[in-house]
Ligand binder design. Structure first.
Ligand SMILES: Nc1ncnc2c1ncn2[C@@H]1O[C@H](COP(=O)(O)OP(=O)(O)O)[C@@H](O)[C@H]1O
Ligand SMILES: [Mg+2]
Length: 258
């Protein structure tokens, strides 16, 4: 049977504008993001990739001068509706940042934090189970299972980033947003995280910002190219990199816009 989940739209953005005070940073973006798929956002520095990514879990709400217009629907529901609690939303739409940022707590507590505040575990045994499952799905369980009480900040950079992925996964999200998750990692840790991203797409819609076109080509099935706040082109990764239809995309992938 054909797996049709890749054809299911998870996130739908309509006429999205983002302003930082007078700076119009995202201009009229329309895009449908598929479930169980890795979507890469690429484009030159400052083109709005992170800004648009942060719209998808309302992280921009935390920036005073930032103003978002338009609609963003997840499973058909408007995430900017005033009845939506942004804290609940961010449990459902998890985020991993550029620099690994584990809490100054134990490995166990880094992962248990979200499930605790969202009341996802009744008993200690439930919590233990969530922690183990999350660390396993972030492909770091074997490396940390004997030292769950050790501080998360004592791990290597690549391990810290996988711990942060485990922390995001622990609240049973449906979407994972990753903003240049490998940019602080060495090549080996990068390869591990890329392999992990490929596994995560079995269970989540994954959206990754990357400045590396090679990375976008390796990990994503869909690619969106941003330029000066516009979403210039969106399509199958393979098509974007081999037969882009917009001259701006072509200039970027051939290295003429940087
Ligand atoms: N927190 C912020 N406050 C003010 N302006 C910002 C902020 N973050 C981004 N911008 C501006 O928005 C535009 C897009 O930036 P950004 O989304 O960070 O691009 P990218 O992630 O593609 O490098 C830039 O002009 C940048 O200066
Ligand atoms: Mg950015």
């Amino acid at each position: 049977m054909k797996d049709t989940s890749m054809d299911t739209i998870k996130i739908s953005a309509k006429d999205v504008q983002v302003y930082y005070a007078d700076n119009h940073a995202i201009k009229d973006v329309n895009v449908d993001i598929a479930d169980k798929t890795v979507t890469a956002f690429i484009g030159p520095s400052g083109c709005g990739k992170s800004t648009f990514l942060r719209c998808l879990n309302r992280m921009n709400d935390t920036i005073d001068i930032c103003h978002v217009e338009g609609d963003i629907l997840i499973d058909g529901e408007d995430i900017y509706d005033r009845r939506v609690d942004p804290v609940q939303l961010r449990a459902k739409v998890g985020m991993v940042f550029q620099k690994p940022n584990p809490f100054p707590k134990s490995i166990y507590d880094n992962v248990a934090y979200g499930p605790r505040i969202h009341g996802l575990a009744r008993a200690k045994s439930d919590l233990d189970e969530i922690v183990e499952k999350s660390l396993r799905s972030a492909a770091i369980w074997d490396e940390v299972k004997d030292r769950l009480d050790a501080p998360g900040t004592g791990l290597s950079g690549g391990q810290q980033q996988r711990l942060c992925i485990a922390r995001a996964v622990a609240t049973a999200p449906e979407v994972l947003l990753m903003d240049e998750p490998c940019s602080a990692l060495d090549p080996i840790a990068t390869a591990q995280v890329e392999e992990l991203i490929d596994e995560l797409r079995q269970n989540f819609a994954v959206v990754i910002v990357t400045h590396s076109m090679q990375q976008a080509a390796r990990v994503s099935q869909k690619t969106a190219f941003f330029h000066l706040g516009n979403l210039v082109e969106y399509g199958d990764t393979n098509q974007i990199f081999t037969k882009p239809s917009d001259p701006r995309t072509e200039s970027y992938i051939t290295g003429r816009i940087g």
